[in-house]
Design a protein around this ligand. Sequence first.
Ligand code: HEC
Ligand code: HEC
Ligand code: HEC
Ligand code: HEC
Ligand code: HEC
Length: 396
Amino acid sequence: MRILLVIITLIVSLGAAKVVKIDEKFQTSDKCQACHMPIVEEWEKSQHSKSHYENDEYFRASIDYISKKTRKSLSSVKIECATCHNPRISVTGTSESYEIMVALNLDKGSAINKAVNSDSINEGINCVVCHNIDKIHTDRDESVRGMNRVTWMKSGIMAGPYKDANSPYHKTQYRDFMNEDSDKLCFVCHANDKSVKGLVFTNMLSEYKKGKKSCVDCHMGPRVEGAASTLPIDDGKVRKRDVRKHGFEGAHVFSMWKDALDVNLVQKKNNVIIEISNPQPHNIPSGFGARELIIDVTYKDGAKEMKNKRISLTTHYTRRGGKPTIPHAAEKASEDMSIPANGKKVFKLPNVKGAKSIKVELYYRLVNDEVRSILKLKDKIWAKESLITTKEIRLK
Ligand code: HEC
Ligand code: HEC
Ligand code: HEC
Ligand code: HEC
Ligand code: HEC
C-alpha cells in the first residue's frame, strides 16, 4: 500500500505547472463587472462557470467515485482534475506525506486543503483562466493539457483580441489565440481527456475536421457590433467593437440541440434505412464520455401506433473484470457509437407487417442510464431527452 502511494504521488507531481499568483483585484469575475457586466452575466450562465466540485453534481460525483476506487484522498483527485477544470489552483500536486496526513486525519489546516477549498477557484474556468494566458505550448506532448500546456502572464495583464485596447484597470496584450487562432485556446482543455488507467476516452482534436468556422463561431456566436467595455473611454463615449457572446453554449443548453444532426429515411424493399449525418466539424456526441443519442422508432398504421423500438447510441466503460464504470475510471471502452465529424452512420431496420408509415425521433442525453445509476445522479438535467429532429415516411 505504501509503495503504491509513493508511485501514485510521484506520478501526480511529475510535470507540475508553474503557478503564478493572481492579485485579488483580478481573481474573480465580480472584479470585472463594473466595466464588463454583459460579458460577466453571459459567462455566469455557461458550463465553464460551473466547473467546480461544489457547482456540478456530475463532476462532484465523479471525483468522489474516483477517490473511492483509487483510494486516493479527495484533495489529490480534485487537484488532478483541476489541471483543466480549475487551472488557477495554487498547488499542482500532492506528496506521499500528504496522503499519510489524510489517513491520520491531520490534513485539516494544510496548504493543500486551503488551495482545494479556496474561493479563488470556485468560479471554475473564469476570466483569468483564458485572459491571463501568455503562451500555449502546442509543441508539448499531446497528452499534456490544461495548466500544463500554458504559461501564465504576470497578474494584471489581460490577453485579448485587440491590438489597440487600453484600460485604466489592467494592462492589455494582444494574442492570436484570442483572435484568428482561437481553436488553439479551446484545445488546451478540449482534447485528450483520459481515465486514471490512461484510456483516452475522448479527443476532439484528433476527430476535428476544420472547416470555415472555428469553435468560437458556433459556441460564442458570430462577431457583432457592440462594446468590449461599458466604460466610456472615447471622449466620454463607449468604444464600439466587434464582440462575441461569452455563453459557451453547448450540450447543456437544450435549444442548441435542435437540428444539430440530420436524419434521412429510405425504404429499401423490406427494410428501412436510417441515415444520421453530422454536419458539425467534431463527432456528436463528443467532448466527454457516456453521452448518448437515442433513436426512437414508431411504426404506424394510420394514426394507430403498432410498435415502438428504442436504439441507444452510447459508449460503455469497463474496469478490471469487465465491470461497468465511469469514463474516468475505465480500462476499456466499447465501440465508439458517435456520429463522425462531417460524416454519417447508417442503420437498417426490418419493416413491420401491416405498417403504413414509420416515424423516427432523435434525442440527445447528457448521461446514459449506466453511468447515471453508478453515480446515483439526482438532478433531472442528466436524464433529460433533448429533441434533435424527427422524420416520418410512408411505407409502400
Ligand atoms: C473559455 C475562455 C474564456 C473565458 C472563460 C472568458 N473569455 Fe473573454 N474571450 C475569450 C475569447 C476566445 C475571446 C475573443 C472572441 C473573438 O473571437 O472575438 C474573448 C473576448 C473577450 C473580450 C473582448 C470583447 C468580446 O466580447 O469579444 C473581453 C472584454 C472579454 N473577453 C472579457 C472576459 C471576461 C470579463 C470574462 C469573465 C467573466 C471572460 N472574458 C471569460 C475567451 C474567454
Ligand atoms: C474600470 C473598468 C475596467 C475593469 C474593472 C476591468 N476592465 Fe477590462 N477593459 C476595460 C477597458 C476600458 C478595456 C478596453 C476596451 C476597448 O478597447 O474597447 C478593457 C479591455 C479588456 C479586455 C480586452 C483586451 C484586449 O487587448 O483585447 C479584456 C480581455 C478584459 N478587459 C478583461 C477584464 C477582466 C478579466 C477584468 C476583471 C478581472 C476586467 N477586464 C476589469 C475596463 C475595465
Ligand atoms: C482551461 C480549460 C478550458 C478551456 C481553455 C476551454 N474550455 Fe470549454 N470547458 C472546459 C471544461 C472543464 C468544461 C466542462 C465544465 C463542466 O461541465 O463542469 C467545458 C465546457 C465547455 C462547453 C459546454 C459543453 C457542454 O457539454 O455543455 C463548451 C461549449 C465549451 N467548453 C467550449 C469552449 C470553447 C469554444 C473554448 C475556446 C474558446 C473553450 N471551451 C476553452 C474546459 C475548458
Ligand atoms: C459549425 C459549428 C460548430 C463548430 C465549429 C464547433 N462546434 Fe461544438 N457543437 C456544435 C453543435 C451544433 C453541437 C451540439 C449541440 C450543442 O451541444 O451545442 C456541439 C457540441 C459541442 C460540445 C458538447 C458535445 C457533447 O456531445 O456533449 C462541446 C464540448 C463542443 N461542441 C466543443 C467544441 C469545440 C472545443 C470546438 C472547436 C474545436 C467546437 N465545438 C466546434 C457546433 C460546432
Ligand atoms: C484534459 C483536460 C481535462 C481533465 C484533466 C479533466 N477534465 Fe473533465 N472535462 C474536460 C472538458 C473539456 C469537459 C467538457 C466536455 C463536454 O462537456 O463535452 C469536461 C467535462 C467533464 C464532466 C462532464 C460535466 C457535465 O456537466 O456534463 C465530468 C463529470 C468530468 N469532466 C469529470 C472529470 C474528472 C472527475 C476529472 C479528474 C479525474 C476530470 N474531469 C479531468 C476536460 C478535462
